[in-house]
Design a protein around this ligand. Structure first.
Ligand SMILES: O=C(O)CCC(=O)C(=O)O
Ligand SMILES: [Fe+2]
Length: 211
């Protein structure tokens, strides 16, 4: 569901339970502040201006996916959510207290176990592109377990669809050429959906090819 800007979406949220709208509003505002803080710190860490990710680069309305994974009698037979990389800049993930998230690192799936009240920050694919490959959009998936159901809420911070994406100028040079061309996020996103979240296939048309 779309959660931010609150004024644009509050009218569409369910009326029941009666405290839901206020709870979602608090959550949405809190997550927006958190995302601004995190993106400011990441920008600084990359040597960019603290406001680099403000505006179009994080301008898409914030949407939350509420994922519910029922217990699965034989988890070896199915995944809760298959391997993918989130498309945007960062994803803020609340994963409750049941394990299930795994990230792919050096061809190995590694569990990211929940920490009480903590929010996981995953880099999305646009972060990799804007940082010209310095940061990596993380491939991840969710597994099921036989005993407990699991719920997670993933909130996506993404560029506006008409926003222009390109490696930040300060992060490439004569020696360190840009890996990606400039493109509109809309073009990427269409490709992402068509390729079911596959990073390499989604970015293929936007790669700078060496002659
Ligand atoms: O359930 C999880 O931990 C992961 C959810 C996720 O990756 C997503 O909604 O994009
Ligand atoms: Fe994801």
């Amino acid at each position: 569901m779309s959660i931010y800007p609150v004024e644009d979406f509050k009218q569409y949220w369910p009326e029941n339970p009666s405290n839901l709208k206020d709870a979602v509003e608090n959550y949405a505002r809190g997550l927006r502040n958190l995302s601004t803080t995190v993106l400011g710190l990441v920008a600084e860490g990359l040597g960019l201006h603290q406001n680099y990710f403000d505006g179009d680069l994080s301008g898409e309305p914030m949407a939350s996916h509420i994922n519910f994974y029922p217990p699965c009698p034989d988890p070896s037979l199915t995944l809760g959510l298959g391997k993918h990389c989130d498309p945007g800049l960062i994803t803020l993930l609340l994963q409750g207290n049941v394990s299930g998230l795994q990230i792919l690192h050096n061809d190995e799936w590694i569990a990211v176990d929940p920490v009480p009240d903590a929010i996981v920050v995953n880099y999305g694919h646009q972060m990799e592109i804007v940082s010209n490959g310095m940061l990596k959009g993380v491939n991840h998936r969710a597994i099921t377990n036989a005993e407990q159901s699991r719920m997670s809420i993933a909130t996506f911070i993404q560029p506006s669809k008409e926003g222009l994406i390109a490696p930040a100028e300060a992060l490439h040079s004569e020696k360190n050429q840009p890996i990606y061309k400039r493109f509109h996020y809309r073009e990427y996103f269409g490709n992402y959906v068509a390729n079911l979240g596959d990073k390499e296939k989604s970015a293929e048309p936007f790669l700078v090819k060496c002659a």
